[in-house]
Ligand binder design. Structure first.
Ligand SMILES: NC(=O)c1ccc[n+]([C@@H]2O[C@H](COP(=O)([O-])OP(=O)(O)OC[C@H]3O[C@@H](n4cnc5c(N)ncnc54)[C@H](OP(=O)(O)O)[C@@H]3O)[C@@H](O)[C@H]2O)c1
Length: 373
């Protein structure tokens, strides 16, 4: 699904340039997160990069010391974690190829939801012990930043900078909170910041059934836009359930040749489909916007294609304020993100099956793992 290794290599380049993405799990630096009273936790981790058919073969259930909180870093008992395409892309080693070191073992996963287990006295006022929290453990700043943990959601405990935490509303489950964080913040940023979708604008979203795309469709509709989106026939009914959208069967129709897909204010690409940027220029207004999260043909400079208002690849910078907004919308029923059930359980085999399903891409909605009860 999606694009080739070429794309993955470019992804790594972009992430390097954006400097908003850290991949790090350096045992030598884990001394700064010291073992928590000598207790061990279970993790799903790998010790080498692997791509191809059997990429999950390197994943294994292992033991590591439970990290210890310190000022600015909380330890969360993980209740649920979600997977994303980035998990198998990172596992494939494409970030390493772009010069980002990636010491092993690397614990899988960025999206988590859980309970504050250990917190410094400085941070306890904002996040008292036992508070339900969620977020994305992407990392930020430079790579190999001292004492900044990254990844690690497929584990019984995760060390997270408190600056990345949101309080989970009681009305949503840990599974839904974990599922919402990465894709919710991405969709919010591409719709409301990059493309800046306004009332009555015409918007084309490539991939109305991808996890990011389905949220982008809902947010664009909420902004009062008129929305076109691409989906396969198997996802048509689901995408119709998102609201009043014009659905294009991307397996059959060329959206850039359709009479009603003209004078578009924004094209939002969540699929990396071949020729997306080239085709978008045929349907966009002169001052329209193009944003992709899966292809790099447009480059990285949002003002590099004037008079387009925005035309670039977007890289996620996760924001707890946006996480809160997305979670509140889920809690009050203004947004929906389907979860694929039954949930995966916290076993080595289920973790492998989950990542294999994520790479296969035949699902609709988020793949989640229940970790603790
Ligand atoms: N900030 C970032 O840069 C960022 C953040 C999140 C995700 N991403 C990227 O965005 C992409 C989407 O991620 P996701 O988690 O939203 O995906 P996802 O939920 O795993 O997407 C799965 C869905 O995509 C549909 N699909 C596949 N190819 C399609 C195409 N060409 N056109 C329309 N639908 C298509 C599949 O259905 P059918 O096969 O039946 O069509 C399936 O239902 C990935 O490449 C991911 O790496 C980037």
């Amino acid at each position: 699904m999606f694009r080739s290794s070429w794309y993955l290599f470019l992804l790594s380049i972009n992430l390097l340039q954006a400097q908003s993405f850290i991949i790090k799990s350096n045992p030598s630096k884990e001394t700064s997160l010291q073992a928590n009273m000598g207790l061990d936790m279970k993790t799903i981790q790998y010790n080498e990069n692997k791509s191809g058919e059997d990429f999950t073969s390197v994943m294994q259930m292992s033991n590591q010391p439970i990290p210890k909180a310190k000022p600015g870093i909380a330890v969360v008992k993980v209740m649920a974690a979600a997977s994303n395409p980035i998990d198998f892309k990172v596992m494939g080693g494409f970030l390493t190829g772009a010069g980002w070191s990636m010491p092993f073992p690397f614990v899988v996963g960025y999206d988590f939801s859980g309970v504050i287990y250990d917190i410094s006295s400085e941070d306890a006022e904002a996040f008292p012990k036992d508070t339900n929290v969620f977020g994305v453990q992407w990392g930020q700043g430079k790579h190999d930043e001292e004492d900044q943990p990254v990844g690690g959601a497929f584990a019984e405990y995760i060390a997270v900078p408190v600056s990345r935490l949101s309080v989970k509303p009681d009305a949503i489950s840990h599974e839904l909170a974990a599922a919402s964080a990465l894709v919710g913040t991405t969709a919010h940023q591409i719709v409301n910041q990059c493309a800046n979708v306004q009332k009555d604008e015409k918007v084309l979203i490539l991939g109305g059934a991808t996890s990011v795309g389905m949220i982008a469709v809902q947010l664009a509709l909420q902004n009062g836009a008129k929305v076109w989106t691409t989906a396969s026939p198997r996802n048509k009914e689901f995408v119709e359930s998102l609201g009043d959208v014009n659905i294009i069967n991307y397996r059959q129709d060329k959206w850039w040749e359709m009479d009603d897909v003209q004078n578009i204010d924004a094209v939002i690409d969540t699929t990396g489909e071949e020729g997306g940027w080239e085709h978008a220029q045929k349907v966009l207004k002169a001052d329209g916007s193009f944003v992709s999260i899966a292809a790099f043909d447009v480059g990285f400079d949002p003002s590099g294609h004037a008079p387009k208002k925005y035309a670039a690849f977007h890289c996620l910078a996760n924001d707890p304020v946006v996480q809160n907004e997305i979670a509140q919308a889920l809690a009050n029923g203004k947004l929906k993100i389907p979860l694929v059930e039954p949930f995966y359980s916290f076993t080595e085999q289920d973790a492998k099956d989950m990542l294999a399903a994520q790479a296969k891409g035949a699902h609709t909605g988020k793949l989640v793992m229940s970790i603790s009860n």
